[in-house]
Design a protein around this ligand. Structure first.
Ligand SMILES: [Zn+2]
Length: 54
């Protein structure tokens, strides 16, 4: 059972299929993108701190 969520980076659509239901592009696992997402969160946290210092 390896039902992994996949993502089409072409139209930003999440699916469980190998091919995007919209554009038939090959979907890929969005997992590596998590790193950049965490990075973004870090940037946000810094920005938040800058705007609302204690
Ligand atoms: Zn697509």
């Amino acid at each position: 059972m390896t039902k992994e969520i996949l993502k089409c980076f072409n139209c930003n659509v999440y699916t469980l299929k190998d091919l995007c239901p919209k554009c038939s592009n090959k979907t890929t696992s969005p997992k590596p993108a998590k790193f950049s997402l965490e990075d973004k969160t870090g940037v946000w946290r810094r920005e938040y701190k800058r705007r609302y210092p204690k």
